[in-house]
Design a protein around this ligand. Sequence first.
Ligand code: GMT
Length: 376
Amino acid sequence: MKIAIVCYPTFGGSGVVATELGLELARLGHEIHFITYSQPVRLALLSPNVYYHEVNVPEYPLFHYQPYELALSSKLVDMVKLYKIEILHVHYAIPHAYAGYMAKQMLKDEGIEIPMVTTLHGTDITLVGNHPFYKPAVSFSINKSDVVTSVSQSLKEDTYKLFNIKRDIHVIPNFIELDKNILDPNIPCRRSVMAKENEKIITHISNFRAVKRIPDVIKIFYKIQQQIPAKLMMVGDGPEKEKAEILCQELGILDKVIFFGNSNEIDKILSYTDLFLLPSATESFGLAALEAMAWGVPVISSNSGGLPEVNFEGVSGFLSDVGNIDEMAENALKILSDDAVLCKFKENALSVAKKFDIKNILPQYVELYQKAIKKY
Ligand code: GMT
């Protein structure tokens, strides 16, 4: 199949999922065209069957806001015609599903019919898309998609609750490429850069937005390090980062916390991690938690949104109500204080992650694509 993938090219989960999906489809021999405003961070361009088409939005002083949707829909039309693309897969409803629908209409006018799959990722429904300023356009473009998928059952239910959706929503969970999780033995062990031998390594990875409840991460760690020697790895960047650094200083733990910023060494960091923290206010799936589990790292998370579908209570970690940092810290200590318990949770985390192996998930997308193409 010739498939166009539209996504955000940044470190966010939706862009990561879209990129990994495209790369795996390309490995299977499909022709994949990524269409976005810059090269997706995890995209290796020198892969067979992979194309990247940049959407350029010329700056024009008349425009207070540059019209990205317009440029994207025009680019989609041009690329579909040029490469004879058979299906559009847009990740994140805003504005991608909207631009995709416009492209479909323009193509129809020229006698080209092409199906569109829209994958809902979370904030496009629960935080941003739900805003009254966007809601009619988001409802419309979801209803006009040929196939709609969501990354968890919880997100599917939220979508039906928040919007007037008349279409079926197929739940296809996010995935992980487990075969990739092997560190190059030629790269020297760098655990010592992060922590001393006797210190446990605790990690949080996110875009440091308010929804991630960064102060909770710090406060949970504060309680943990009072009981056992530990270090906290804070990976990622965003609006809450500076406040987090100040909080660490106020609590007197700045020397026990490393702020990495956006890192390309996530695999290395996770491979040395003992526990992952994700106390988010809402999380449609929690891809970062799954990535940690795939390295055999247990997870302490909130129980919001789709997290219970990924982190299994008492198996791969523990889940608590949002904001219950005392319980989260207690559960973290339950896991970390006894090496035998930690070892069991590590094993469990990896076996839960195996359920989300890309090999099990990818055929579900392929089947939907094939059915959608056949219908046209
Ligand atoms: O978590 C974010 O703020 C980024 C956002 C995104 O669109 O990249 O993540 C959402 O999509 C991810 C991939 O499907 C999910 O794993 C995240 O749970 C979801 N974030 C939220 O629902 C807050």
